[in-house]
Design a protein around this ligand. Structure first.
Ligand code: PEP
Length: 252
């Protein structure tokens, strides 16, 4: 049985003091909530102070991105080694904003995922089609290509620690959510692909999150779908009350 998983991606929001304020309220609202796995991904500057506050709580820490080397002359980058020491158990890779604004491709996503796994951090690998790709009937082809390129050579053991997030680009930050049926169709496709690539056991245990304008009002409809195991939440995770409602709505 896959435990529901709700992760909040804060993107480039919140100073350290704002992050600590938000986390304080969130911890109060979700205290004792153990039916849902919860993670938050604050900006790099807040990871350490937030990690101190999360110790012993039911909320885990995720980073939003990383570089694949441990250390070196890579100005501006942060390594999985650094993230592990801070206490990150997850790291988002291949978010559509990284892919589309910063030109990141599957090869980089794969290198990051591998480096994270080496340091005991679970990558949350994001995939998803653009609106033109969906309109041309190429959504599944696009996602298949991203899965193939971003997970090439990952072992079965490693795959037990990977989370997939399906985030249709046209639904991120736009207020347009995929219908539960549209999301389910793609999640089932992803699970089927995982089965072919890694075997049935991996496919049935892998958490596949949906992302794209998830709110307290639509989480239950999404979670009612067989292959939707949780959500990667952007905007609505910036408010403790709405994120806590999504977490509660994420229970099966
Ligand atoms: C995201 O950033 O991953 C996301 C899904 O954003 P939003 O919930 O704001 O659409």
């Amino acid at each position: 049985m896959r435990k529901p998983f709700i992760a909040g991606n804060w993107k480039m929001h919140k100073t350290v003091s704002q992050a600590l304020e938000l986390i304080e309220e969130l911890l109060r609202l979700v205290a004792g909530e153990d039916e849902v796995r919860i993670a938050i991904a604050p900006p790099f500057t807040s990871l350490y102070p937030v990690a101190q506050r999360l110790k012993g709580s039911n909320v885990e820490l995720s980073a939003q991105d990383c570089f694949w080397e441990d250390e070196g002359a890579y100005t501006g980058e942060i390594s999985p080694l650094m993230l592990a020491e801070v206490g990150c158990t997850y790291c988002i890779v291949g978010h559509s904003e990284r892919r589309h604004i910063f030109g990141e491709g599957n090869e980089e996503v794969l290198r990051k995922a591998r480096a994270l796994l080496e340091h005991g951090i679970s990558p949350i690998v994001c995939v998803g089609e653009t609106l033109p790709e969906r309109e041309k009937g190429q959504a599944m082809e696009t996602v298949k290509h991203q899965l193939h390129g971003s997970l090439k050579g990952i072992t079965k053991e490693e795959m037990t620690r990977v989370v997939i997030a399906y985030e249709p680009v046209w639904a991120i930050g736009t207020g347009k959510t995929a219908t539960p049926q549209q999301a389910q169709e793609m999640h089932a496709f992803i699970r089927d692909w995982l089965g072919q690539a890694f075997g049935g056991d991996i496919a049935s245990s892998c958490s596949i999150l949906y992302g794209g304008s998830v709110k307290p009002t639509n989480i239950q409809g999404l979670m009612a779908m067989e292959d939707i195991d949780g959500a990667l939440v952007g905007g609505a995770s910036l408010d403790a009350a709405s994120f806590a409602q999504i977490i509660k709505g994420g229970k099966r």
